[in-house]
Design a protein around this ligand. Sequence first.
Ligand code: ASP
Length: 443
Amino acid sequence: MIKVAKFGGSSVADASQFQKVRSIVKADEDRRFVVVSAAGKRHGGDNKITDLLLLVNAHVQYGVDCTSLLATIEERYVEIAAELGLSFPVSEEFAKIVEKIETATPEYVVSRGEWLTGQLMAEYLGMPFVDAADVIVFHHDGNVDMERTQTRLREAVLYNGGTFLLPGFYGATVDGQIKLFKRGGGDITGAILARCIDAGLYENWTDVSGFLAADPRIVDNPRGIHRITFEEMRELSYMGASVLQEEAIFPVREVNIPIQIKNTNAPDDFGTIIRETANKHTREHLITGIAGKKDFVGIYVQRAHMSNEVGCVRRALSILENYNVSVEHIPTGVDSFAIVVNGDDVKDTIYAIVSDIQRELKPDSINVLPGLSLISVVGRNMSRRVGTSGQIFGALGQAGINIRMITQSSQEISIIMGVQNEDFEHAIRVIYERFGDAVVVSD
Ligand code: ASP
């Protein structure tokens, strides 16, 4: 099986991290394709090279001298090369980059973080270096030209004898103009490579052992999630449990290549495997994970006999559209409905929105409930299992937590509840303690 192994910034932050990467790559001969991010933070107060390069651009833009900033960046690479005894001429190459800084595009400057990290890692691993500018082809609008990219990547596979290292995060248009993915976009490069060369597995190496069933800042020692579907991951990531660049799932999901999140600092941990459908196991967790976010706002609208009227909800929604506010949930009752939106999105406009709804719908009452937290309990095994939601609500009730809103995703893989911000952490702990380890037995 061919594996693409992508290593994030913290996995390549210094020489000792490089050593870990080498032992991981050498431990499995299937790991023939490696993608790297730019060197990231070595410790809490440190800087990511990409951030420093963005800062260089800002200095250049405003004509401010950035000699010492450039020296800091160069130093990071000089240090890695020296400690590992690499022959790549860091200072010489860095000087060439510096020469171009005034005239090059900002994208070129930022991409050099991955380029330099890639050069050093390729030498250290003894793998050919393939420049992403030659194989990841962008349209001028910033989207990837998948057809050309696939052709070029496959040519690179043949040309380099079936193994190479590719820097992540950037590519270029056909006329050579460097383009970048969004921040964290090295994950996308890895996914595109895995797809274009028909890899059997896309490994994403980072500094955590995959997804956890709950936020460790709220729940002590939550269990790791070993298996998760793409859909479940979307639900959890949307609620803030993010490990992977969100867009990285699309290229591999379409062709059914699983992603495995692994920890460079604890390579024996299983991590999390993400695939389209989870293989059936006889004992599975009822709940895959819990995630949540604070500071939503609920707008509750009530009017007698509203249920008989056509178009009420649409009219309310079009008001939010006028204010360019995206709607999270719309729980409905017989003669009432609520609209839940992100608090930040309406902080300056909530009164105007309410008065527009008042004028347009003439409701009997309209209440705004700020400080609403949403908690999403996600689990493919909850679907069609009678009583799960009842048990969750019951547990919250016993703990004295008032649920302000309930919705369920249409596939029944998640139950979303709204509670007051003050109850947020407590509610998550209650749900985790009762159901975090619960298993279901299937036949
Ligand atoms: N170096 C880039 C960033 O910091 C891309 C990546 O790390 O994947 O966003």
